[in-house]
Design a protein around this ligand. Structure first.
Ligand code: BV8
Ligand code: ZN
Length: 260
């Protein structure tokens, strides 16, 4: 842990890549963990354009359930440690695969606690590779809104529709088989290529292109540090792979005690 801590602390350009594991201790079910199923469906079956095309009501029911469940969750010490670090180190970048908005909430709370200014929050805001549960976008035009309301998915008739063109609205997330926003992916890849250290927290490293970002850091001469309760395909790539829970490890890993 000490070696990993000094490595992370000495890195000016740091990329932090998070997955569902960073939110596990906040009570958000991970994708491939024991509580990853909903009713009898796997995420890969529902988080697709085909599923939405075939049964928009079922897909909205799942997202409505997740929006409500995640809406009640709080950032945990891992989110808070990451928020503090990205606020303090302007060369640190956070890229997340998560759609739960908990990194953003941890930043907002840092502002209300007077820990930082609004300007540093926008710089420290996460690069969100896969969108957000709390944004909705139109299937027929460019309309996009922040939407934290419960979803009435009782019938297809009650599903949310666009106020501009009346087409069906959809969750503003990236589904399997859909391309990521090219601008967002470009920013994430640039952060990965220039990072001296890529700290990967709580991801099974199965979903691409997100899982290839740490490899980009390594190929560009940087090193990978992993925090996960289990080993992953990135474990062999990492210089350090810290086994344990993000909420326990990150506060110790990211808080550089002032040298005695
Ligand atoms: C693309 C948003 C091309 C939605 C998500 C075959 C057919 C079709 C596609 C493919 C295919 N084979 C490969 C692909 C590509 C596919 C892919 O990678 N599939 C995988 C499953 C094989 N990728 C895509 O489709 C991507 N798009 O490639 O498009 C293209 C290009 C141009 C033009 C057109 C098309 C899009 C992928 C994005 C999918 N959307 N989410 C939603 O959320 O509803 S991905 C989804 O998985 C989440 O975002 C999640 O973040 C992500 C990754 O999962 P993890 O975050 O890693 O979570 P997981 O549960 O897996 O792991 C948790 C980890 O935490 C575990 O390791 C666990 O040990 C650890 N942990 C648990 N507790 C803790 C902990 N660690 C620390 N502390 C703890 N307490
Ligand atoms: Zn519209």
């Amino acid at each position: 842990m000490d070696d990993a801590r000094h490595l992370v602390a000495s890195a000016r350009k740091l990329l932090i890549l998070t997955g569902a594991g960073v939110s596990a201790e906040s009570g958000v079910p991970t994708f491939r963990g024991p509580d990853g199923l909903w009713k009898r469906y796997k995420p890969e079956e529902l988080a697709t354009p085909q599923a939405f095309q075939a049964d928009p009501r079922l897909v909205w029911e799942w997202y409505g359930f997740r929006r409500e469940r995640v809406g009640a969750c709080r950032p945990n010490p891992a989110h808070e440690a990451i928020a503090r670090l990205t606020l303090e180190n302007e060369d640190a970048r956070l890229v997340t695969q998560n759609v739960d908005g908990l990194h953003e909430l941890a930043l907002e709370e840092a502002v209300t606690e007077g820990l930082c200014s609004e300007t540093s929050v926008s710089r420290a805001a996460p690069i969100r590779l896969h969108g957000s549960l709390f944004w909705t976008r139109c299937t027929g035009c460019d309309h996009r809104t922040l939407d934290r309301h419960p979803v009435d998915a009782k019938s297809e008739a009650s599903l949310p529709r666009c106020p501009k063109c009346a087409a069906l609205l959809r969750p503003d997330v990236v589904w399997f088989g859909e391309g990521l926003d090219p601008e967002i992916l470009k920013r994430a890849m640039e952060a990965a290529e220039t990072a001296e250290v890529c700290l990967v927290v709580g991801t099974s490293a199965l979903v691409h292109p997100a899982a290839s970002l740490p490899l980009l850091t390594k190929e560009s001469g940087g090193v990978v540090v992993e925090v996960n309760t289990e080993s992953t395909p990135l474990t062999d790539v990492a210089m350090f792979s810290l086994r344990g829970r993000a909420g326990q490890i990150l506060p110790r890993l990211l808080t550089v005690e002032s040298e005695p």
